[in-house]
Design a protein around this ligand. Sequence first.
Ligand SMILES: *Cc1c(COP(=O)(O)O)cnc(C)c1O
Length: 396
Amino acid sequence: MSSKTLNNFLNENITDLKSKGLYNEIDPVQGPNGPKIQINGKELINLSSNNYLGLATDERLKKVAKEAVESHGVGAGAVRTINGTLDLHVELEKTIAAFKGTEAAISYQSGFNCNMAAISAVMDKNDAILSDELNHASIIDGCRLSRAKIIRFNHSDMDDLRQKAKEATESGQYNKIMVITDGVFSMDGDIAKLPEIVEIAEEFDLITYVDDAHGSGVTGKGAGTVKHFGLQDKVDFQMGTLSKAIGVIGGYVAGKQNLIDWLKVRSRPFLFSTAVSPADAIASTKAIEILMESTELHDRLWENGRYLKEGLKKLGFDIGNSETPITPCIIGEEKKAQAFSARLFEEGVYAKSIVFPTVPRGTGRVRNMPTAAHTKEMLDEAIAIYEKVGKEMGII
Ligand SMILES: *Cc1c(COP(=O)(O)O)cnc(C)c1O
């Protein structure tokens, strides 16, 4: 493609997005991504991070990370399969397996690339994948990369899943069939119906894969959605991220030893992309150790979630049906949701609007992510700002 054609492509498409109000301007955060953040010199109550437990700025994690820079340097130096597997990576994987209650675990550089890696390492063009229609983009891309037939089922609709599992099985077309789902759906905060999913999987001999990026550290007393339901022995892939509640960076799969052995020889990002840094590995290990020792942060997160939800609900906001601390505030019309978020910003709250196509048309919302690090005073202040802006815009 000539550079002129590329320029035309970019200019046309960027102009188009801007005219539709769909071009996302990025606001750099000046300093740490804590319960309060600074953007453009303005201090804001932060209700948009995935730093659920406040661990991204935890002093205990910072301490071990600094020590690891001194003892191991700043980079892993190679891909895991050459000689980039440091003692700190092995320690991390042992800790993840203990945390998840599985025989073994493998870690990756991110949750996104973990889904790229793990799905395509076991599924191929002779297989089928039953995928919840609201699954995360990285699941969708991981499924596509595998070249398996993707069969979408209606969100958390177990009759639909059963019907499609039955059809796929009876067609005799596929070698293997997998069912894949988010553990916690991040737009509404609802939890996957794992007991039913596992039951259907047993009936039709499906491989089970749960992406618990938003569940780990949050549900199951911190250990995640699979443990919440006590299904560690029934779910083949417990996938998760080290970059949300764990507060650092990376992704992982926890499961049986033979699955992890296979992923170590066949998942491409593990073989062809350098391992996370020593500081990242040890900080993640420390975070998981903290979660295994005490539910203090987890309990505070849920308490703050409950407090924020009650406050907004009492004011008359539609907060949906979240089963987790994730607190959507559903406004409806896309433009109004964006304007609401912009007014919250002016008043001192950072809560991003989320609109079609990320959520269904007409369900534009502002999504709030309370964390363990918020104080009651910060939440009270945020609720007061919600009240002011909500009344001003005729939403409540
Ligand atoms: C955020 C997220 C990921 C990606 O995790 P990263 O570690 O940020 O790459 C994967 N799956 C789900 C469901 C997520 O929410």
